[in-house]
Design a protein around this ligand. Sequence first.
Ligand code: G6P
Length: 373
Amino acid sequence: SAAEKGGWDSFMDKEIHEDPAAVQRTLLGRFDTNGDITLDEVRIDEHDFKSIDKIIVVACGTASYAGQVAKYAIEHWVRIPVEIELAHEFRYRDPILTPRTLVVAISQSGETMDTLMALRHAREQGSKVLAICNTQGASIPRESDAVLYTHAGPEVAVASTKAFVAQITAAYLLGLYLAQVKGAMFRDEIHQMLDSLKDMPRKIQWVLDTQPKTIQAAAERMVNANSFLFLGRHVGYPVALEGALKLKEIAYTFTEGFAAGELKHGPIALVDEGEPVVFIVPPQRGRNVLHAKVISGIEEVKARGAYIIAVAEQGDPDVERYADVVFWRPACPTLMSPLVDVVPLQLFAMDMAKLKGYDVDKPRNLAKSVTVE
Ligand code: G6P
């Protein structure tokens, strides 16, 4: 009913607008009075956490892209290897699991059978499993050794939106907690990262307040496009994959997401006059080597006549020069950028689907939670 949708015309609309709250609520109650992370509910003791020497994330769909984002952050912060694998591939390749491997199962519903089977396999091999889940008491958290709940609130629309930003937030808390117990970072550095994380709801809100008109206009212009390429580097790569997934799930548009560095190794062959290409542009400061590389990718496809949509930092002059449309984001550290960069892509997919007259909450052929293997 209209009341359940909180005045929005779809659950997807409502849930995208809950992105800031999803991040905020997932951070709530996770700090002690000194501002250090406490994950009391997690029930794996500090000694066991200290001995973890590898993480394997298992998940499907959108949750797997949240895991892919977390890999960049956790490896950088904790200096232990993080693998990310689709849950349905994981079990069948005889993965290397030891008691010091932490398997992190990410699932919004907590009922995805592929993910459940993967975690059962990991536990049989003697590894500890931690679930990042949005649904209290679901099968995946029940069968795990520990659970870190995302507090995004119930997600009804089939295409996952607010759960994604909450999953990244929870995985980042886990990573920074590991850095804390392992002494992998200085306390000040951890607190600085946490401050940036706590600032993200406000930045996401800025996008929701200022960008929808531009996004709607872009969707109107591109509604008849047959295909889209999505490109990003570093944490922008999984964001590109998620943006591509959203558009195929609900607007039934053929999309491909690629690592921007792969462009010259194949995808550029697809670029023709008018082909829409979406670039996730890294922040200008910090890792600006990557920024320059993405900009040169934009130049290359622009030279072949592509129609460029960029997600970029406010006022980025290189982007202004080449892009046909820009969805702006406020400045933020590179590792935080996925939390905000995915938001315009969620809105864009929704606008495209609505313009095509599709039911954005119930796309054809898809289920909210896939409880069969
Ligand atoms: C289904 C949904 C996707 C979701 C995936 C994983 O395919 O349509 O939106 O990302 O399952 O779901 P989970 O509940 O495990 O996060």
